[in-house]
Design a protein. Structure first.
Length: 102
């Protein structure tokens, strides 16, 4: 039986470079649609970043959200994957959003 955090991390490793997911979408995809805050909590406990790419999880409004190594590092990682950021917000969120097949 997988823990909630393990489900989150298992989903994250499927997100390709250059794509992002929102906290809410990740919660929905692992079968817990109301658990977006719990997703954020799981991301904060990720000891295997960037192999488990929690930097690819952003807020629904495009703001980058938190990151254990600080927001500047999260921006640097996202930009290194080709995601455009301005004022700590993803430019054109829909362009980069990972849309898993259901």
């Amino acid at each position: 039986m997988c823990s909630f955090n393990q489900k989150c991390y298992g989903f994250l490793v499927k997100i390709p470079k250059g794509k992002i997911v929102t906290y809410s979408l990740l919660a929905e995809c692992i079968g817990h649609p109301q658990a977006h805050r719990a997703v954020g909590n799981a991301m904060s406990k990720n000891d295997n970043a960037p192999q488990i790419p929690c930097h690819r999880v952003v807020k629904s409004n495009g703001e980058i959200g938190g990151y254990a190594k600080g927001p500047d590092m999260k921006v640097k990682l996202l930009e290194s994957e080709g995601i455009r950021i301005k004022n700590k917000k993803v430019i054109n969120l829909e362009k980069y959003l990972f849309k898993p097949l259901t």
